[in-house]
Design a protein around this ligand. Structure first.
Ligand code: AMP
Length: 398
């Protein structure tokens, strides 16, 4: 039988997440994280068929960390690895789907660096290291933005001079596309509906958060924009603010652009509002103990999320369901309940017991009978990347 193991690699600035996915099995054969790369504390953690291990890899960079991974992958696959799928944060307007990586694709990904200056270089570093280590294997890039390339122009254009779009690519791209696609397809199959004839609102709520309207298997609108800062209140990101805020802060406080970027991306969101933490678990516990900042952060988070979902409903002609996913969406009955309380006009209402039950990987419906469907569906971006990689490789060989 043809082996169908795919190694999925997700390179961050100082980390590599990896998973060995066999799409015919529900659990990953091997998964793990190399973190603090480039420092004396660099370490590789992995999990192989239930057993956990880790190994210090002092001062390892992305290439050395992948080299450390090689024997683990060989052991786990017995040499039967079909290909490598790379998560790439930005595909611009060029990549509307996953793409086989050749020298032309590498050039095209490189040309997108101005759109994601922090992420594209590290994504490329991972790809180049993987090509050197696994030269005989096909490599595929799967883009966070690709799913949203189906947005209609009225949803992706900003009301700015046209030249900024035509000459500089200033438009809304959206992110988390792999997750939105995976959970919307799962939601359709879970509900016995054809994906190609279904209509969903998705709330992906993790450290980064975004909403998406998915109609007939296509993204029609999403809350993130040119960058992942637009839209919802997140762990440390502000989400939408007055577009004049930059000039206001520069003029009144003398802040530089770098300082403002740092504050909006790393010190805002629920962390900024609460003055306590970016972690929703910590905030929920603090709220129970009467912490004023944590209480406010949760209120603002849920209200802004509901507002975004209501605005996404403009892209739908009917609603087959609202789906919660991501670390917060999959685990927080409180956030789901508080959000839905603001959506009474959409007639959405939760069943208290069902809502409480759907935590820690439990999927299912959480709405009250007779009201629009609301589902909790754990996301699985690695699996979707493996499926996309496999799909593309099969196309090439058939
Ligand atoms: P992710 O980026 O998808 O891993 O999600 C991370 C976020 O999920 C963090 O804000 C966590 O606090 C949150 N999270 C994980 N478990 C829970 C939980 N049981 N209750 C509330 N939030 C949670």
């Amino acid at each position: 039988m043809q082996p169908s193991n795919i190694l999925v690699i997700n390179c961050g600035s100082s980390s590599i997440k990896f998973a060995l996915v066999n799409p015919s099995e529900s659990d990953f054969t091997l998964s793990g994280l190399a973190e603090r790369l480039g420092s004396a504390d660099a370490v590789l953690h992995w999990q192989h068929r239930g057993s956990k291990d880790s190994k210090p890899i002092a001062n390892a960079d992305h290439r050395l960390a992948l080299a450390e991974l090689l024997p683990l992958v060989e052991h786990a696959t017995q040499g039967k690895l079909l290909g490598i799928g790379h998560r790439v944060v930005h595909g611009g307007e060029h990549f509307t789907a996953a793409s086989r990586i050749d020298s032309k694709a590498l050039q095209q990904i490189k040309s997108l660096e101005p759109l994601a200056p922090l992420h594209i270089p590290v994504n490329l570093q991972g790809i180049e290291a993987a090509i050197k280590l696994f030269p005989e294997l096909p490599q595929v890039a799967v883009f966070d933005t690709a799913f949203h390339q189906s947005l209609p122009e009225h949803a992706f254009r900003y009301a700015l001079p046209e030249a900024l779009y035509r000459q500089h690519g200033v438009r809304r791209y959206g992110f988390h596309g792999t997750s939105h696609r995976y959970v919307s397809a799962q939601a359709a199959s879970f509900s016995g509906l054809a994906y190609g004839d279904s209509s969903w609102l998705i709330a992906h709520l993790g450290n980064g958060c975004s909403t998406c309207a998915v109609v007939n298997g296509q993204s029609r609108d999403t809350s993130m924009g040119l960058t992942p800062l637009e839209g919802l209140v997140m762990g440390t990101r502000s989400g939408d603010v007055d577009p004049n805020l930059h000039s206001h802060l520069a003029k009144t406080l003398g802040w530089s652009l770098d300082e403002i970027d740092r504050v909006l991306n790393q010190e805002s969101g629920v962390l900024g509002l609460s003055g306590l933490s970016n972690d929703m678990r910590t905030l929920e516990q603090a709220r129970e103990q009467g912490h004023v900042g944590a209480t406010l952060a949760i209120e603002v988070f849920c209200y802004r999320l509901a507002k975004s979902l209501a605005s996404m409903s403009c892209a739908l002609t009917r609603l087959d369901g609202l789906v919660f996913t991501g670390g917060i969406g999959e685990n927080s009955p409180l956030i789901r309940n508080k959000t839905v309380e603001h959506l009474k006009l959409l007639n959405i209402q939760l069943d208290r017991e069902a809502n409480a039950l759907c935590v820690r990987g439990v999927a299912g419906p959480i709405h009250t009978q007779g009201h629009p469907r609301v589902l909790v569906i754990p996301t699985n971006e690695e699996r979707q990347i493996a499926l996309d990689t496999l799909g593309l490789l099969k196309q090439h060989t058939s």
